[in-house]
Design a protein around this ligand. Sequence first.
Ligand code: NAP
Length: 251
Amino acid sequence: MTGKSPVLLVTGGSRGIGAAVSIAAARQGWAVAVNYASNKAAAETVVSAIRDAGGEAIAIAGDVGSADDIGSIFSAVDQHFGRLDGLVNNAGIVDRVQRLDEMTPERLDRMFRINITGSMLAAAEAIRRMSTRHGGKGGAIVNVSSVAATLGGGGQYVDYAASKGAIDTFTLGLAREVAAEGIRVNAVRPGIIDTEIHAAAGLPERAREIAPQLPMKRAGTAEEVADAILYLLGAQASYITGAILDVSGGR
Ligand code: NAP
C-alpha cells in the first residue's frame, strides 16, 4: 500500500521524546511508524492517541541494537506504508551511574551498539529507500544526540556521553555524504528533559533535582524537543543540513 501522507519512522517512539515526536508529527500530517523495544502497551497508547485524532500510525517492535531487528522494522514500514520520507533516530539508552573503571566490556558494547550502531544502521536503511541515488524521492533524518556530548558525562556516564559525541560527528559526515541525494541530516542535542530515562540511571528525580542549577531553572519537556525535531524534519528547514541544534534551555 502506498499512501499519500509522508511516512516517518520514529525509533523508540513509545515513550518520552519519541512519543512526543510521534504525536506531534501525526498532527502535522505524517503517517507514523512507532518503533519500540519492549513496552508494547506504551507504543499502542501512542498509536491510539494518533488514530483517535484522525491520524495514521502503526506500532513496530524491534531492538535497534540488533541488525536483524532493524531489517525487520524497515520491512514492516515497507509492507504497511510502501514509502519512507523521514527517520528520527531517537531510541537511546543510559546505564547506571558509574566511573569508567567500574564499567564492564558488556556495558560498553551494549551502549555503543544501541546508541551508535543502531542509529547508523537505521540511517543506512532509510538512505536505501529515500536517496535519489537509489531511486527514492529524498527525505530527512534527525538524530537525537545529547548535551552530554559537549560536557563529557564525567562521574556519571562517560560511555553515554561518548556515544552521543559519535552521533554528532556522524550527523556532520552523513549530512555531507547524502546532501546531493535529496536527504538532509540534522541532530538535536537535548539538555535535561523530564522523561523516564533518568530512572534507568538510578536517578529518577534527576530532572527536578538539577532544575535549580539550569540556566532556565527548569528541565525541558519532551514536547519542546519534539518541536525542534519536527522543525528540522520539515520544509521550513529545507536548506538546513549538518546542523546540531541544542534544545537545552541554555545548558
Ligand atoms: P525514554 O523515556 O527512556 O524512552 C526511550 C524510548 O526508546 C522508549 O520508547 C524505548 O522503548 C525506546 N528504546 C530503548 N531502547 C531501545 C532499543 N534498543 N530499541 C528500540 N527502542 C528502544 O528516553 P527519552 O528520555 O525519551 O530519550 C530519547 C532520546 O533522547 C535518547 O536517545 C536519549 O539519549 C536522548 N536524550 C534524552 C535526554 C533526557 O534528559 N531525557 C537528554 C538528552 C538526550 P520501550 O518503551 O519499549 O522501552
